[in-house]
Design a protein around this ligand. Structure first.
Ligand code: SF4
Length: 427
């Protein structure tokens, strides 16, 4: 066995640690402070009582869906006015009064505003964009069900959302009719699941499952829970962010009956974490529901490391574990939201080692066409050699790690096995 030595490495090392100026990503310039957001109720709703404002049904009934309503609360730019005009037949426009109250009425670059107000760029289609970027339709054995991985399925229970995100991957489906999965479809889904016993995990999504009334949602959860092979139920939602009033004691008491149940919440920007959102997440966490976040990486909204760092740290404070950062999918009319993949890797570079490990999400590209999530991260391996690997840490310092001596290890193990051979012991 050739002894491991520095010369086995592609990069010679003189010690266990040495500072090396690796081409780390440049430190971004620009402002480092993210302003806090407070709900500022626009004059349009000044006479609304607190009880009404905190009633999720009132919020849904009073969503803003037209140009006329929007211009009452925002000073719209020509890009936005054109975008609103052309949004018909593309992706519905709807904003809850609560989410609208977080928008800066005078700044079109307000990150809350940019997510929900259509802009003219949406009509520009790039040749790489797709109607169904994740190939969900071709993996749908039953209407409303996507079965892409062997042991888990995605169940689309409604096409309605409280607010329609302009970068939505499912823009081909959401907001078109604002209806939930029909009873007939659901019976078909249950029949399919009964005959596919390898499925152990069902993710409810849509649209937004938390827009269903408690009774309807409970019917779905209870019937799924009654299938013995379904171990885990999950809900993907943006409602705690766009309609936090929906998180009521009654909803949490109902959800608690179906543990193990996990919720992934779609957060985008630290400005979304208001007192109302903190209350909603606390209520869910107190119900024993593990909470994770999912964040789409969006150009000029959250594509700076200091913004993501603020977001993930604020999330931990409200007991939400940062789970995924998604590279923006190739959905139609969303090119203006997309960043380079290098931007996402740079953000992880600036998080890993620079903040609590729990705060570092996994950055993924959901493979176009339906290949599933592919994790990406900075390359920390500097070189590999026989029995040694050179790694860099978050500061760019190099460390050498000696790998186990495989041949020696095998020899030792076979000697140990020989000694413990039960036949020999018996003889
Ligand atoms: S909440 Fe989700 S499903 Fe609804 S519009 Fe936003 S991204 Fe699409």
């Amino acid at each position: 066995m050739e002894p491991a030595s520095d010369s086995n490495l592609d990069v010679p090392l003189k010690g266990t640690e040495k500072a090396l100026q690796l081409p780390l990503f440049p430190v971004p310039t620009g402002p480092k402070k993210v302003e806090e957001t407070k709900e500022i109720i626009p004059p349009l709703w000044k006479n609304v009582s607190e009880r009404e404002w905190n009633d999720w049904r009132w919020q849904l009934r009073h969503r803003i869906t037209t140009y006329e309503q929007l211009k009452e609360i925002l000073e719209l730019t020509s890009e936005e006015i054109e975008g609103i005009k052309h949004s018909k037949g593309r992706l519905a426009l709807a904003v809850t009064p609560y989410f609208a109250s977080l928008m800066d009425p005078f700044n079109p670059n307000c990150p809350i505003r940019r997510q929900a107000i259509p802009r003219i760029e949406e009509i520009h289609l790039s040749k790489n964009e797709m109607v169904d970027p994740l190939g969900e339709d071709k993996h749908s054995p039953v209407p409303g069900l996507v079965h892409r991985y062997p042991d888990r399925v995605l169940l689309l229970v409604t096409d309605q959302c409280a607010v329609y995100c302009r970068y939505c991957t499912r823009r081909r489906l959401v907001g078109s009719h604002e209806r939930s999965i029909t009873q007939g479809n659901f019976e078909e889904v249950l029949r399919y699941l009964k005959s596919h016993r390898k499925v152990r995990d069902v993710l409810l999504s849509g649209g937004d499952p938390l827009l269903l009334e408690n009774e309807r949602l409970e019917e779905i959860l209870s019937r799924l829970r009654a299938l013995p092979h379904i171990e885990l139920l999950r809900i993907g939602t943006r409602v705690p962010v766009t309609l936090p009033q929906r998180i009521t004691g009654g909803l949490v008491r109902m959800l608690k009956k179906y543990h193990p149940l996990m919720i992934s919440i779609h957060f985008t920007h630290p400005k979304e974490i208001t007192d109302a959102v903190k209350r909603a997440c606390n209520e869910l966490a107190d119900g024993g529901i593990p909470l994770g976040s999912q964040t789409v990486l969006l150009k000029s909204i959250n594509d700076k490391p200091y913004i993501m760092k603020k977001l993930v740290q604020e999330l931990l404070k409200i007991r939400v574990r940062p789970y995924y950062i998604y590279q923006c999918d190739l959905a139609m009319g969303t090119e203006h939201f997309r960043t380079s993949v290098a931007t996402g890797i740079q953000i992880i570079e600036k998080l890993r080692g620079h903040t609590t490990g729990y705060a570092v999400p996994t950055y993924v590209v959901d493979a176009p066409g339906g290949g599933g999530k592919i994790p990406l991260q900075p390359d920390y391996v500097v070189s590999r050699g026989k029995g040694k690997i050179a790694l860099r840490n978050y500061e760019g310092k190099i460390f050498e790690y000696s790998e186990p001596n495989i041949i020696e290890f095998k020899k030792t193990r076979s000697i140990g096995e020989e000694k413990a051979d039960p036949k020999k012991v018996m003889a």
